[in-house]
Design a protein around this ligand. Structure first.
Ligand code: S3P
Length: 402
């Protein structure tokens, strides 16, 4: 029985909403890893009260003060902070590490500019300079499925006390929508449309479940090796594309003791080794497994038949160009994998792999991919300590299953 690291997306959002709320919010067992520690440091610099109580963190909301903020490797932090800081009367500058400054920020700046903000980017990238705040609400049709962009727009509306309507083509992760009512902000979903009302935020208590993206390597490992039970896993449907796809490939993954906590479904996952069969994953399902696609591709190399992952181009904009990395790594291990011009990835199953030396290139999910590949063939992993971005105990927990 294993409880993997707490959820990164939920932790960032709980810390940020706590900072905006009147009073003290208790965040129980948040993720304390490099990405979310960067959130706490930024909030501290902005004047927010942070108190650690064992595994919990108490956040006391405050009027924000100007500061230059280093978001390190955390894309979610930079994009959500853009939404928050674009409502302030002072100018803000956001910087990040070598990976973060290569990631697109235009997708957040654009809707904030439509709301009246003046934002400077360096050819679409950080450093981000917010020069003038947003003024007006917008009704926004999302051009891409991105929970970070959606959340930034909602946070910008909260800061100017205005309601908003956002339409998505495909539902992206909806943790903010589920959490906001606990802070006193009503949110309604109608299909792919979100309606958020304007309301002041009041402090509350949030408990953070285990991260399905951190569970994913252990799910993959269990399917290849030996049964495992994962406890307290967040079972939010917008995060379960990996599990649902694996089930459709023949994986034995069952959920037990499912309960509701702070708007999220949480439960125990039981996984047993299974022979998989290739499937076609439609583009509409890709956002629900965006951080797990590389593991799915690895498992697809061991399945019977062909797997197709449709339109996975968004992978290029993660902590590294994960699309190129995934194709390059798996191909050099002997896999038959091809990426089309439309960014459809085709993987032939049943091909024997061989071990390689691979560099995680500062991308935590590439390091975890290497560790799971190592269950199949001997891998020489370089730079694997970057798992600390989202899961400091990853290798200790791997030791329990290998
Ligand atoms: C996240 C959203 C996803 C995901 C990232 C975390 C979030 O990114 O890949 O790891 O917490 O909102 P996009 O919103 O860019 O798809």
């Amino acid at each position: 029985m294993l409880r993997v690291a707490s959820d990164k997306s939920i932790t960032h959002r709980a810390f940020l909403l706590g900072a905006l709320a009147q009073g003290t919010t208790l965040v129980r067992h948040p993720l304390l890893a490099e990405d979310t520690e960067a959130t706490l440091s930024c909030l501290e610099r902005l004047g927010v009260g942070i108190r650690r109580q064992g595994q919990d963190v108490a956040i006391t909301g405050a009027a924000l003060q100007p500061a230059v903020l280093d978001c390190k490797n955390a894309g979610t932090l930079m994009r959500l902070l853009m939404g928050i800081l674009a409502t302030q009367d002072f100018e803000s500058t956001l910087i990040g590490d070598a990976s973060l400054i290569k990631r697109p920020m235009q997708r957040v700046a654009e809707p904030l500019r439509m709301m009246g903000a003046s934002i400077d980017l360096d050819a679409g990238h950080a450093p981000v300079r917010i020069l003038k705040p947003v003024r007006e609400s917008i009704k926004y049709q999302m051009p891409i499925a991105s929970a970070q962009v959606k959340s930034a727009i909602m946070l910008a509306h909260l800061g100017i006390n205005k309601a908003c309507e956002i339409q998505e083509r495909t539902l992206s992760r909806d943790h903010l929508e589920r959490m906001l009512p606990f802070f006193g902000v009503p949110v309604r979903h109608d299909g792919c449309s979100i309606f958020m009302e304007a309301a002041p935020l009041g402090a509350c208590e949030i408990a953070v479940p285990a991260d399905p993206s951190s569970a994913a390597p252990f799910i993959a490992g269990a399917l290849l090796r030996a049964p495992i039970e994962l406890t307290d896993v967040c079972l939010n449907p917008t995060r379960l594309g990996f599990v649902e796809t694996l089930r459709s490939m023949g994986a034995s993954i069952t959920m037990h003791d499912v309960r509701q906590e702070f708007g999220e479904s949480i439960g125990l996952m039981r996984i047993t080794p299974s022979q998989l069969t290739g499937v076609r994953v439609p583009a509409s399902q890709i956002p629900s497994m965006i951080d797990e696609l590389m593991l799915l591709a690895l498992l697809a190399t061991q399945a019977k038949g062909t797997t197709v992952l449709e339109r996975v181009g968004e992978l290029r904009f993660k902590e590294s160009d994960r699309l190129s990395m995934m194709v390059e790594i798996l191909r050099s291990m002997g896999a038959k994998i091809h990426c089309s011009e439309l960014d459809d990835v085709v993987i032939e199953g049943g091909v024997p792999l061989h071990g390689i030396q691979m560099d995680a290139k500062q991308d935590h999910r590439i390091a975890m991919l290497g560790a799971i590949a190592n269950l199949l063939v001997p891998m020489e992993l370089i730079g694997a300590d970057c798992v600390a971005v989202s899961y400091p105990d990853f290798f200790a927990h791997m030791g329990m299953i290998s």
